[in-house]
Design a protein around this ligand. Structure first.
Ligand SMILES: Cc1ncc(COP(=O)(O)O)c(C=O)c1O
Length: 376
């Protein structure tokens, strides 16, 4: 009989900077007497991140959600935007906060990303952009999406919240589309406690986004448009500067844990694990499995509840679908008939705990428990 974990085993654990190095950074901030408003730490973080992500231009924000909201303003989007229902609430919400109507498009069965073959049928004269999400850090079909955007004169705004550091055939993920957004929330592989970034190829986009995150203030006596307060502060920027030095090791450690999970779960009937995609450098930010109840014996929901009994805190990412939220369920594109794959997948997926400090025997224990449920 397997014992539950003594303490809750959470879905993830944040990467933390070395406390002494952080103290040194704090001393610098204290000496500068500047805590916010685009200080030295924020400027350095933007330089370091542009280098790491290979982005021409980049701005940091107080959250990924604010970054997405401002990206819509920078691209002057309006009307309708085609996006995926299989994502976190912030994707669709950021559109609605801009008075834009989200139009949900079904997803691909294997990648869980927006299905580019279905996008064209959703384009109307009100469509201004496509907003795909690189779900779990797996790149979308970027070429196909760009081709459609070019054909109809649409912008492409990528929600790359999960895709920090991901590359496709050696190209940084931020190379695709007009703007990409990365989330730096503490649950993400790389973080600034709360925070986010936008990457752009056009310097004018950065100029506008930087002004929009600071109330639209252009200079001491000039406010050009109604911005918001989306600034990252100096202390969080210091966390970001330090964690950037650790993120490669975190990705490597997570890759090992992921491969161990894949190895240990592969023999269990009804459990489908993710695979690496050809030509992609993954960041291993999530470990998601899919449950086929008929073969495994119990449903995803039953597995989730049983894991809780063992103190394993998994997550039903992404359930419920955005299209089934109370606030979006009445949109014409939310009909379950139009989103059969997304509705099916949302009932099957579950993310298991993953972070770089997990030990081999933690993974073995979680997998043994999952196997035991199958054997009844
Ligand atoms: C796909 C996706 N988009 C947007 C966000 C919003 O980012 P943030 O939490 O930094 O505001 C998240 C964050 O959790 C996310 O997972």
């Amino acid at each position: 009989m397997l014992e539950p974990f003594a303490k809750p085993f959470y879905i993830t654990q944040p990467l933390l900077p070395d406390i002494d190095e952080f103290n040194e950074m704090l001393k610098e901030i204290w000496a500068s007497k500047q805590l916010s408003n685009n200080g030295n730490m924020v400027k350095q973080l933007e330089r370091d991140l542009s280098g790491y992500l290979n982005a021409d231009y980049l701005s940091v924000f107080s959250s990924g959600t604010v970054a997405l909201q401002l990206a819509c303003k920078v691209l002057r989007l309006s009307g309708e935007i085609i996006t995926t229902p299989f994502t976190f609430a912030a994707t669709a919400h950021s559109l609605v906060w801009n008075n834009i109507k989200p139009v949900f498009c079904d997803i691909e069965e294997d990648s869980y990303n927006i299905n580019p073959d279905l996008i064209e049928s959703l384009i109307t004269q009100n469509t201004t952009a496509i907003m795909p999400v690189h779900v779990f850090g797996n790149p979308c079909k970027v070429k196909k999406i760009q081709k459609i955007a070019d054909k109809y004169g649409l912008k492409v705004l990528y929600d790359a919240a999960h895709a920090f550091g991901v590359k496709v055939n050696g190209k940084p993920i931020s190379d695709f589309g007009d703007i990409s957004m990365f989330s730096f929330h503490a649950t993400k592989i790389y973080h600034t406690i709360e925070g986010g970034a936008l990457t752009y190829k056009d310097p004018y986009f950065k100029e506008r986004a930087d002004s929009l995150r600071n109330f639209g203030i252009r200079s001491l006596e000039s406010v050009t448009e109604p911005g918001t307060n989306g600034k990252l502060n100096e202390i969080q920027a210091a966390v970001g500067i330090l964690l950037l030095k650790q993120v490669e090791d975190e990705i490597k450690a997570r890759k090992e844990i992921t491969n161990l999970y894949r190895q240990m779960l592969k023999e269990i009937p009804g459990i489908i694990t993710s695979k690496d995609m050809e030509g992609v450098s993954h960041n291993y930010s999530y470990f998601v499995i899919r449950i086929n109840k008929e073969e495994y014996g119990i449903s995803r929901d039953e597995l989730f509840d049983k894991l809780l009994e063992y103190n394993i805190i998994a997550r039903k990412y992404f359930y419920p679908l955005c299209s089934n939220f109370q606030c979006y369920k009445d949109l014409p594109s939310s009909s379950k008939l139009k989103l059969p794959v997304a509705n099916k997948i949302a009932d099957m997926v579950i993310c298991l705990p993953l972070h770089g400090r997990m030990r081999e025997n933690d993974v073995e224990k979680i997998c043994t428990i999952i196997k035991a449920f199958h054997e009844g």
